[in-house]
Design a protein around this ligand. Structure first.
Ligand code: 5GP
Length: 147
């Protein structure tokens, strides 16, 4: 899909927002939602999306929704830093298919990096349900303690 075009109301993340598709939710407020990536590139790989904006990418999003999105991204990254103790945290965001974007509802990737382990391939290997559920519970508890 091009960098430009119409928002698809049936994209996967729109269906997660509407509740039509389940996710491993770790945080939600009035404007934003954060959940585990189903095909994580590292342990703790999360996504953050706006629930209010229909921006497909960074070029489209309204300033107030972008502010909420980046503030939630920072908040979740801070919790992940404390809870999972990675050596680094990569924040990534792709615009257009040519840049690697596969879901056309703007999202921020929070990808913890560990010196001892290689970064996984993008959107490639689905994590097992038990691992995701345990991580979800751990991060939900850590987020509750952080507020
Ligand atoms: P993009 O390639 O658009 O930057 O990132 C899309 C991300 O969504 C990928 O990292 C991919 O693993 C993830 N993803 C794709 N389908 C699903 C899904 O159904 N649920 C969740 N939680 N993540 C998904």
């Amino acid at each position: 899909m091009s960098l430009y075009g119409d928002y698809d109301v049936n994209n996967i993340f729109a269906k997660i927002i509407s509740g039509d598709i389940s996710c491993y939710k770790i945080y939600e407020d009035a404007n934003t939602l954060s959940f585990l990536d189903l095909f994580p590139q590292s342990y703790g790989h999360c996504l953050v999306i706006s629930k209010k904006s229909q921006a497909r990418n960074l070029l489209d999003i309204e300033a107030d929704h972008l502010t909420n999105l980046i503030l939630t991204t920072q908040k979740i990254a801070q919790v992940i830093a404390k809870e999972l103790q990675p050596d680094g945290i990569k924040i990534a965001q792709f615009n257009g298919e040519a840049a690697g974007q596969t879901v056309f509802h703007l999202h921020m990737h929070i990808i913890p990096r560990y010196i001892a382990s290689e970064l996984g391939v993008h959107a490639c290997k689905q994590a097992d349900a038990d691992t995701l559920r345990t991580l979800q519970n751990r991060l939900v508890s850590a987020i509750k303690l952080s507020v």
